[in-house]
Design a protein around this ligand. Structure first.
Ligand SMILES: [Zn+2]
Ligand SMILES: [Zn+2]
Length: 811
């Protein structure tokens, strides 16, 4: 807590200190006599508490979501002293303090919570009802007087500039007095002069509005008529997601944005009760109340819809605020928790001011930005990665500096938006350009598999593979230096859907194909899958197209071969109808491979939109029926949507738009988190990363941290020893015998003479401090790890294990 705060609040704090519970000191004559000492003790204690709260909230290893204002404009039943503040949600993420809405009382509530106002990073306003921004002026002014020494940005719909200007105008005297009184350099005016960022957004759209050190805030359109604009926000960081709905009814956009949210902060209304209140008002002739109760039902989400939304979106925790009507805890249970939990079995919290949810983030989180430039030196692309997986925002620019596309990635799954050279949003992009790391994988081999079916139904229109779903991965692999083979279900000439080459649909990859004799020859004489051992390859890719709907999902041979490849941990990819090729494959336990896997493929909506429903298998329907966790994106027409999902070694893309991305994510698995180089270098053999099957990954590289005890044959020095926990984890050992009698009865070594005892078969959060349980490592490397399944490992040293491609979860 800052000095000034202490001075301003000293009497308030003094009184509360005296009165507060267990630490209280009665204000007797004796203590009054010791007043200066007591005062100092209180100031120190207060300052320390502020500092502790600050360190806790700004700790980058967790996200803390706090409802700082839980009330709606509706009268609260609480007693006057504890009247909750109106809409206010604070999110502390990666050392940043983000504030969403500042309704009446928000600033007082933040101060009561001892939040570090000087660290306030940015404010986001969902909409311009007064219960969402009435205290914005106070938040701006007081964070400044509490020593905020950076400019504050305030984001909101179009209109935010007018509001900020209004605040500036009404606070002008105050700013000037304080500036003059405390000194121009002490309270510089430049920091109270906040910057408004108006957000322009279309119906159902979303847009990234804030991005700093891996933290991304996306605004999305919600429905709160007649309020326009009305926004919701998502905050993502390190694979975690917080959604703030603002005030809204149920919308498809809200459902989409809430997908897999760790926390959904939502308003809620028990519409049955409000309808009853309307009826009572009517019966008694209270026409004013009747009108209000009637009108508000149309623009908030009801408890039933909210329960269904939270369930379908897979939300983990539902944090309810802005509840109408509010009541005592029993009433809140019956009017909100009970109806919502009919549909939703996740955690439901009825927020009061100060309610919080903490989400741990991975301490070994490694954030990296990869940039790529035009020959002119202009920036071409910027892609953000977390532990080697795309996460955060990726952008590509035209050479003139105009934004070309923007993709929001969450742990390998991404949604893209494209713009033309004048910066106008283009909804119609069939083959978006790939951005991101380029790989050089000489000696590695890829196999692309296509359909052999050439007509829709028995004498129907000509079809086959959709060309770009074969040509795109082919050239992406080829340009990375790989050998690429083309196979099909029946072998021989591959049928290509003639629509592939129609104007507007043909891709640059297709044009290259049509002039490429070697590739043409490969597709005219494709290998028959029966004659190939898939495990000879480093990547297997299944192309789609309408033809694939007739054979990929029915081929027992394909099923067996994919099963074998999966067993050998070979990265497997598919786009569009290609995902059907997984249907007959089995996992290591003999269960259908896709069951419980996150997977995508063409949507039923796209199939309907293109009017080709006669095909026997539709990926969305079939994958869901087989128990897959089917995911997808949507657009006006789904052929324009793009989505890819990574589940371990299986990378799938929704349709033709995802070919290049899927190919690259597969190559990322092969290359590991290292050794990639620019494509130019790949063509000059000398400096390239030379892929060698015999050295896929050195164990030493994977578990670098474990070397601490096993680098030499010498006995480790004391400083190298790990702490030993009561279950025996960390005890120094040479063999398993040295660990016997402990729960940690396995001696984990990495080639050296000494190792340490650990506990195999641990579960999340089961290892004692400072150890963490590393589990669910990717199949790709599981067999190379020095432990089976899971083990307790030193928490600070597991970065290599959590990074791709090892991709263990350590917690
Ligand atoms: Zn509202
Ligand atoms: Zn409201």
């Amino acid at each position: 807590m800052k000095n000034l705060f202490i001075v301003l609040c000293i009497f308030f704090n003094f009184v509360t200190f005296i009165e507060a519970g267990s630490e209280s000191v009665p204000l007797t004559e004796t203590t009054q006599g010791q007043f200066p000492n007591l005062l100092e003790a209180m100031m120190i204690s207060n300052r320390n508490m502020g500092e502790e709260i600050r360190n806790d909230l700004l700790n980058p290893n967790k996200i803390t979501v706090v409802v700082c204002g839980s009330n709606s404009p509706f009268p609260s039943v609480s007693d006057a002293e504890n009247t909750p503040a109106q809409a206010c949600t604070a999110v502390f993420v990666n050392g940043q303090f983000l504030l969403f809405d500042a309704g009446d009382g928000a600033e007082r509530s933040l101060e009561r919570l001892n939040f570090p106002m000087s660290d306030l990073s940015a404010v986001f306003i969902t909409h311009f009802h007064n219960d969402h921004f009435a205290d914005l002026g106070e938040v701006i002014d007081r964070s400044w007087t509490f020593e905020r020494r950076h400019k504050l940005s305030v984001y909101g719909g179009v209109g935010i500039t007018q509001i900020i200007n209004g605040i500036k105008s009404s606070y002008e005297f105050d700013y000037a007095y304080r500036n003059e009184h405390h000194g121009k350099d002490f309270l510089p005016l430049e920091y109270v002069d906040v910057i408004p960022y108006p957000i322009e957004i279309g119906d159902g759209e979303s847009i990234v509005v804030y991005e700093k050190e891996g933290v991304v805030v996306t605004a999305f359109d919600v429905n709160h008529p007649p309020v326009e604009p009305a926004l919701g926000f998502t905050v993502t960081f390190g694979g975690k997601k917080i959604v703030i709905s603002g005030d809204t009814t149920f919308t498809e956009t809200l459902l989409q944005q809430s997908k897999d949210a760790d926390v959904l902060v939502s308003d809620a209304m028990n519409k049955e009760m409000v309808a009853q209140m309307e009826a009572i008002s009517s019966k008694n002739g209270w026409s004013y109340n009747e009108t209000i109760f009637h009108d508000i039902q149309e623009y908030h989400i009801g408890v039933n819809e909210l329960g269904q939304l939270a369930h379908s979106a897979g939300v983990k925790t539902l944090l309810l605020m802005h509840m109408i009507p509010s009541g005592n805890p029993n009433q809140m249970q019956t009017s909100f928790v009970d109806p919502i939990s009919k549909y939703f079995d996740g955690e439901i919290i009825i927020a009061h001011d100060g309610s919080r949810v903490t989400i741990p983030t991975n301490p070994s989180y490694q954030y990296e930005i990869v940039k790529d430039y035009y020959k002119s030196g202009a920036l071409r692309s910027e892609v953000s990665y977390v532990n080697g997986i795309k996460d955060g925002i990726s952008r590509t620019w035209y050479e003139n500096g105009t934004l070309k596309n923007e993709t929001a990635w969450i742990m390998g799954s991404g949604r893209a938006k494209n713009y033309n050279e004048n910066g106008i949003f283009i909804p119609f992009v069939i083959h978006p350009e790939y951005t991101g790391k380029e790989y050089c994988l000489k000696k590695a081999r890829a196999l692309i598999i296509t359909t052999s079916v050439s007509t829709l139904g028995e004498d129907g229109a000509a079809t086959g593979v959709f060309a770009s779903e074969m040509t795109t991965p082919y050239y992406e692999f080829f340009d990375a230096g790989m050998d690429v083979d083309i196979a099909s279900i029946e072998g021989g000439k591959i049928p290509i859907d003639p629509m592939s080459f129609a104007p507007g649909l043909i891709s640059s990859y297709d044009q290259r194909y049509l002039a490429d004799e070697v590739f043409l020859k490969k597709t005219n004489n494709s290998l028959k899958i029966d004659n190939i051992d898939f495990t000879d390859y480093d990547i297997v890719f299944l192309s789609g197209g309408w033809g694939a709907a007739y054979d990929l999902g029915f081929s027992e041979v394909l099923g067996k071969k994919i099963t074998a490849a999966y067993r050998e941990s070979i990265p497997l990819g598919a786009v569009c109808h290609g995902s059907l090729g997984f249907l007959r494959a089995k996992d290591k336990n003999g269960n259908p491979l896709v069951t419980g896997k996150r997977i995508t493929g063409v949507t039923d909506k796209q199939v309907r939109e293109l009017g080709i429903e006669i095909t026997p298998q539709h990926p969305e329907t079939e994958l869901k029926a087989a128990g897959a966790i089917y995911e997808s994106n949507t657009a006006t027409l789904d052929i324009l949507a793009n989505y890819i999902v990574a589940d371990g070694i299986i990378i799938t893309g929704q349709n033709q738009n995802a070919g290049a991305e899927v190919a690259h994510e597969l190559m990322a698995l092969v290359a590991g988190n290292q050794g990639y180089t620019s494509i130019d270098n790949c063509n000059q053999s000398s400096s390239s990363f030379d892929f060698d099957n015999d050295q896929k990954l050195s164990l030493g590289d994977i578990i670098h941290g474990l070397k601490i005890l096993s680098t030499q044959d010498n006995t480790p020095s004391d400083s190298q020893l790990l702490p030993v926990t009561p279950d025996g984890t960390g005890k120094q050992c040479k063999t398993d015998n040295d660990c016997s009698g402990n729960i940690a009865n396995k001696c984990l070594k990495n080639g050296g003479e000494f190792g340490f005892c650990t506990h195999e078969g641990c579960k999340a959060n089961e290892c004692q401090e400072p150890y963490v349980c590393c589990h669910d490592c990717s199949n790709f490397v599981s067999s190379m790890l020095p432990f089976e399944g899971s083990a307790c490992l030193p928490g600070g040293q597991v970065g290599q294990l959590t990074a791709s491609p090892v991709s263990c979860t350590c917690d």
